[in-house]
Design a binder for this molecule. Sequence first.
Ligand code: C2E
Ligand code: CA
Ligand code: CA
Ligand code: CA
Length: 278
Amino acid sequence: VKTQGRHGYCFYAPEMSQRSAASQRIENVLRHALAHGELSLQYQPKVDAVLGHIVGAEALLRLQVEGKDLFVPDQFIPVAEDTGLIVSIGTWALREACLQARRWQREGRAIPVSVNVSPLQFQYAGFYERLDSILNETGLDPNLLELELTERTMMSGGDGTIRLLRRIRQRGVRLSLDDFGTGYSSLSYLKHFPVDALKIDRAFVRDITQDAETAAITSAIIAMARSLNKDVIAEGVETEVQSTFLREAGCSQMQGFLFGPPMPAEALELRLVEQAAV
Ligand code: C2E
Ligand code: CA
Ligand code: CA
Ligand code: CA
């Protein structure tokens, strides 16, 4: 804290209140959005690395307020986390994704849908019970649901985390470790946390064709994950060169603009229909 006279002290105040005003505004938008159905999910295809067909989809939150531009998660998830609103928003997203996956299941186009879980939501007492009741209520086959947890989420769970992760898997829900390679993640986490898959972060994928070291690390991660019997998904795949590298390195699935951006459920469904017709 600068204490150069009373004016120096005051200097920071407007800046701070400005920041919290912006965050306050987003908080209001979020509360309104929750109450008025302005939140939606888009679905990004995950494709089989070898065959190229769609084998799953990741549900991603979008916020559309009338007369305004679409808000993307990086603008509102941090505020939702700070204010605790992420618990309601995350529950909404989980239920909505399960309802959609259930619709696809009913129509004979069953694909697993992945949902992101934030640390606060995961820590929140009753996370398992809520998940269980959403599965019961929607009637979704639990094998068609995958939860994507970052290392930060897993770390936030404390002592009970591993037990909770096991319970979720025993319920039939798949778990994947998201954004792998960022943060402190190391391969020992893979042994420690009972997950089915890991997602290689976009930052690695972006650099594999630029930087030989990143390429070597990425190959090593894929090889070791596979030897531990984990599926490996690469995210943020934008070019054929990246795709070829990742496939040859042993990635089982890929996700990225090369295969399709996040899109409304109906658009993904069209892709599934097209695919079934081939
Ligand atoms: P994430 O889980 O790592 O999701 C992948 C992000 O990469 C998405 O951004 C997606 O649109 C973007 N992406 C996909 N393919 C490409 C590509 O080829 N190139 C590039 N440059 N980007 C690509 P999005 O939708 O803006 O979401 C950002 C983050 O917000 C997500 O990162 C996730 O951490 C969070 N998020 C989104 N939906 C939810 C949710 O329902 N709950 C929680 N807790 N977090 C969410
Ligand atoms: Ca994710
Ligand atoms: Ca990710
Ligand atoms: Ca990410």
